[in-house]
Design a protein around this ligand. Sequence first.
Ligand code: NAD
Length: 373
Amino acid sequence: MSQSKLRVGVLGAGAWAQFAHIPGWQRDPRCEVVALCDVDIERARDFGRQFAIPEVTDDWQALVSRPDIDVIDVVTPSHTHFELAWAALEAGKHVLCEKPVAFDFRETQRAADLARRKGLKTKLGFTFRYSPGVQYAKSLIDEGFVGMPFIFNGYEQNSQWLDPQNPLRQVDPDADQSVLQTSSLEGYGAPIIDIGHWWVGADYARVTGVMRNFIPERMVRATGRMMRMNIDDGDIYIGEYTNGAIGSIQTSFVTVGNYPGIEARLYGSEGAIICRLVEEFGVAETIKIARPDAVEFKEMEIPQRFYPEGGGPRESWRSLFYANLVKDFIGEVLAGGDHNQGNFDDGAWVQETINAVELSHHERRWVDLPLPR
Ligand SMILES: NC(=O)c1ccc[n+]([C@@H]2O[C@H](COP(=O)([O-])OP(=O)(O)OC[C@H]3O[C@@H](n4cnc5c(N)ncnc54)[C@H](O)[C@@H]3O)[C@@H](O)[C@H]2O)c1
């Protein structure tokens, strides 16, 4: 490591960098954000002032190749992630990247392999894996509370784009509108697919799913116009895991309900856990458990050790969960060794699942995993 504190360079000065990434880095005394890049230099300057970041630039290649930077954080639009993350790994940086690294899981796997060859740590923006409740649930699962896992049910759903006038970002206005484009399954599905994989502790053997377009016309942010937008704004799939468990995942951004709208349920031979991450009446998450001899689900207090410094149940999930993610990544980088949860390998597995469900929808059939390499 070049300095005693990890030196971080952030790519992208947009909404998610503002609410989650930069506050996360700046909360942890073991690192400092030394530079920020946005291709829109005015945005970079605004953020530089707002967050007191010493250097700003519109040249991401120059930032990525700086020898005095240890970690690159990619929080740009999704279609740019692979190029930026790959260049950062090539330059020897540890990389935090928003999901997806790439739309084809094979590309994500290539980046994961590059990181491994170079001895670098990677992290996907799987925000909800790092919620105190989900982390607590995982510790209970590891202690054997659930026993043998039978059934996982996962949801990420809210009404963010129920109103078609709410501009949709990161869609391709030139896409062929006769073919349903993947949207919610990828944007909303990734974090909950990841939690299912992590909690159940097994890969999928096969999946089958359906995607649907409910709202036909929407406002597109890039053009400021309403247009036909044939995207999946709701989807459901079921899957069989290789350890005998089965699962279902439902995602949608047109279902009435608040942010973030995650629910993860695991039922096993010894117990059951329901984690609900929906901001309601000032509380961001709840965790409930039941056992065969006490079947009424009981709410558990999440122990303070699962919160970041200064965090608590009434903090906004946007800053709370990301502070845990960043804290975990800094710890992994500083510790060296092999431990690296929620990395690009996990990202490749999640993306392979998404690619398999897309195939299942378009070909109306069960799809076996792993997919051909
Ligand atoms: N993990 C989560 O829970 C979560 C939540 C929200 C958004 N996201 C993801 O975060 C990413 C960013 O989303 P956002 O809402 O902040 O988008 P945004 O459009 O508000 O901001 C992206 C910024 O990146 C800049 N940019 C584009 N190309 C660049 C490049 N090559 N180098 C540097 N800057 C570049 C743009 O000018 C823009 O300012 C997306 O991939 C989104 O899907 C994840």
